[in-house]
Design a protein around this ligand. Sequence first.
Ligand code: CTP
Length: 401
Amino acid sequence: MLSSKRILLIIGGGIAAYKSLDLIRRLRERGAAVTPVLTRAAEEFVTPLSVSALAGEKVYRDLFDLTDEAEMGHIQLSRAADLIVVAPATADLMGKMAGGLANDLASTLLMATDTPVLCAPAMNVRMWNHPATRRNHAQLADDGVRFVGPNEGDMACGEYGPGRMSEPLEIVAAIETQVSDGPLTGRRILVTSGPTHEPIDPVRYIANRSSGAQGTAVARALSGLGADVTFITGPADVPPPDGVDVVRVETAQQMSDAVDAALPVDAGVFAAAVADWRVSSASDKKLKKSRDGVPALEFAENPDILKRVAHLENGRPALVVGFAAETDNVIEHAKAKRARKGCDWIVANDVSPATGIMGGSENAVVLISDDGAEEWPRMGKDQVAGRLAEKIANALTGQNP
Ligand code: CTP
């Protein structure tokens, strides 16, 4: 529910603006108050009258409307909200935001605020893929702006690809994640996820079968409880959750660096299947077949990220959770691993092929902690994540499970 929450909704000028009318309805159904702002271009797609009728509030349109300044200045307008939502966030609006321009009401509000911002991008697929938009997207994510979508599909312009604005209910879900208070509100948690890719040469790499599904589910569940999640992911099969800070990496070394950059945090959940070794003799040119036979690869050990963070003298997270992928003697190996790594909890699972767990949608885990080994029944990875997130919330807030 969104009762007593105020959303400042900036509607940009794109065909997807029609969906923002439905978004207003959905938000109001859930008890939110919506202050609408229209850009000049947005007025070409939806009328101020329909927007204000649905919002039940005045529509703000012009930076230099002195009546508005007398009633409510643009600074106050932007700060009175619990969340600023930009939907549709056009390529133009994203460019202005990333560049720090403030030449109309929408961009000025976005510059004048310290309120969290959620963008729902919508644009033609080539505009979305354009290097300038890629840069702006990365810059905004770096600045702490959250994103929902865009989705992939048919576009109003007749093309196909990423660029469709998320559906109103998807945007509502992302808004709820952002503004609802949960037991983990105000807590920073990092989650590593997915496999790592260790290059052999520019076109080949060593990888593993991790899909990233369990780590992604954990990040989503923690964010759902209000945590501020930094999600550090290798090249996974599943997309990252909405509403978290996503840091994409390829190698174990990059993951290790990204973890350092995310510290300090209240808790770290290390769900990634990190490659233990990298090819130390990786070539910067493609290896060619030669008469001398097959190439001999030399390996070097990768940094053990979990072990390092668990042993930090300064800035160790209050709770460090590791995962253990085992194929035999699961509990015995996981207990030894917990001691070796120095983490507080280990979530152990049996990944032998017959279980179908690696790459599958279910998991059967044993949680190893000071309290011993707690066996959980086989359940969906989302449910495992939900239960783990609850336990983490209880541990961080000092409540008994
Ligand atoms: N891990 C890590 N950095 C590594 C290797 C593993 O952070 N270089 C973390 C994983 O994210 C996981 C835990 O350590 O939380 C255990 O990973 P796992 O692959 O099961 O254990 P290994 O350390 O690789 O031990 P082994 O290969 O002996 O099973």
